[in-house]
Design a protein around this ligand. Structure first.
Ligand code: NAD
Length: 417
């Protein structure tokens, strides 16, 4: 593997690639490539043994032209300022691709949650929420789950915020548990938009996702649900992995049983499959569809030469480096980008926020129907933009659509004279 790409530089390169097809001056381009502000903070947290540990944490607010900043909070030892900046930019353009009224934000804490007790994680999360309090709110910035965070953490953030503000404001975070104002369908939403994007992509290419062979890298929220929903529409999921490796069955796995096994033992490789593979072997399997659903930079320029899949649908944010993108384009691998494919999470977060503000809750059926409409409309808009403007690939088409929407909002409000 070559040296890991800096995700913030990858984001900036993606914006440059799209801006080459737009009439954008240098000052505006710089604005499109940089966050408006980044909070960096050091959280003091008391551990169960009475000692105090310091944790570095960030929140990046990338662009607020289209609405409140919106984006997840990640707990991971590799969280960095540049990673959070990149993820906040991807959120800004993702919200614009699916045309929901949000800007982009992202947060993270440098921590391996496996090393801490639940009580320690609660104190850590509440310390972060206290630092975030002045800059978040349902009309300012709305956190959500990301890697290693979920309903539990969102409920803690909401409770800390509401306690300090002496209010009830469930729309301050999304991805909450149902009894705390969460939406039906939110947990499945990211995997659902991955499945919908794959279905539309295969149809666009004149093929059928039913019967397609699929490999999924990463078996957490996004990956395991995408795998299950793809299996439900008739695809054959032959390999799934987590950080410990991959389970492989050329005849197709039972995605639910694989998830149940991972929940039991913590390792998807404990699922009873005929073979186990390394993650690199999974990424280079000869399958119809590859779904990277773990972290950034899963496939770099070098590995891209060995990818055998025909179609890649990005469930993770930034799983391909710009070098990999170039190699895969040369090799005619069809790539459907993160800012469309995993936008189901933020779209249902938007539905959650709408329901919180109206205090009126929707059925899961309605959530899924509205999500399907948003993703299919966005997909159609990208295909028409790709074809009408003769753009090189779907990622560029997605950024062209998104940047034009962000620019329109900024120009209409006179933000960048
Ligand atoms: P998660 O923590 O639920 O799952 C991550 C999975 O990736 C775990 O199974 C982990 O073992 C695996 N993993 C980590 N490193 C790996 C490696 N090197 N090889 C293989 N597997 C590895 O996280 P998630 O919420 O599913 O997020 C995954 C990706 O999807 C991230 O890029 C995230 O930003 C993106 N995403 C998530 C959501 C959401 O709603 N959860 C929405 C949009 C985008």
């Amino acid at each position: 593997m070559s040296e890991a790409a800096n995700p913030f530089e990858s984001l900036q390169e993606q914006v440059d690639d799209a801006a080459a097809h737009l009439d954008v001056d240098a000052g505006t381009l710089a604005r499109l490539k940089n966050p408006e502000r980044v909070l960096e903070t050091n959280l003091s947290v008391e551990l169960d043994d009475g000692s105090v540990e310091l944790f570095r944490a960030y929140r990046s607010q990338f662009n607020g032209a289209r609405g409140p900043y919106k984006g997840g909070v990640r707990y991971h030892p590799q969280v960095s300022r540049d990673e959070v900046k990149a993820l906040s930019g991807w959120m800004a353009y993702k919200c614009a691709v699916v045309d929901i009224p949000y800007g982009g934000g992202k947060g993270g804490i440098v921590v391996d949650p496996d090393d801490y007790s639940e009580a320690e994680l609660e104190r850590l999360t509440r310390a972060f929420a206290t630092e975030l309090r002045p800059i978040i709110g349902e009309d300012r910035d709305i956190p959500a789950p990301d890697v290693n965070t979920g309903r539990r953490e969102m409920n803690w953030i909401k409770d800390t915020y509401e306690t300090l503000e002496n209010t009830t404001e469930p729309g301050v975070v999304t991805g909450k548990a149902p009894d705390s104002g969460g939406s039906a369908g939110r947990v499945e939403a990211t995997g659902r938009s991955v499945m919908l994007t794959a279905r539309e992509a295969f149809e666009y290419l004149g093929e059928d996702v039913e019967g397609a062979t699929v490999a999924v890298q990463g078996y957490g929220n996004a990956g395991s649900i995408a795998a299950r929903l793809l299996e439900d529409v008739g695809a054959s999921v032959v390999a799934v992995s987590d950080s410990g490796g991959a389970a492989y069955d050329p005849d197709g796995l039972d995605t639910r049983a694989a998830k149940a096994r991972k929940n039991e033992t913590g390792e998807v490789t404990d699922y009873d499959a005929p073979e186990t593979l390394t993650n690199e072997e999974l990424l280079t399997l000869d399958v119809d569809l590859l779904v990277p659903a773990a972290l950034e930079n899963a496939i770099d320029g070098e590995l891209a030469h060995e990818v055998e899949a025909d179609v890649i649908v990005e469930a993770a944010n930034g799983p391909l480096t710009p070098d990999a993108d170039d190699v895969l384009a040369d090799r005619d691998v069809h790539v459907y980008p993160d800012i469309l494919a995993n936008a189901g999470g933020v779209t249902v977060s938007y539905f959650e926020w709408v329901q919180n503000r109206q205090r009126f809750y929707w059925s899961e059926e309605r959530v899924n129907e509205e999500l399907e409409t948003v993703i299919v409309d966005a997909f159609d808009r990208l295909t028409s933009t790709l074809e009408e403007r003769d753009l090189p690939n779907f990622r560029t088409a997605a950024y062209v659509v998104a940047i034009e929407r962000v620019l329109a909002a900024s120009e209409q409000s006179g933000v960048w004279p």
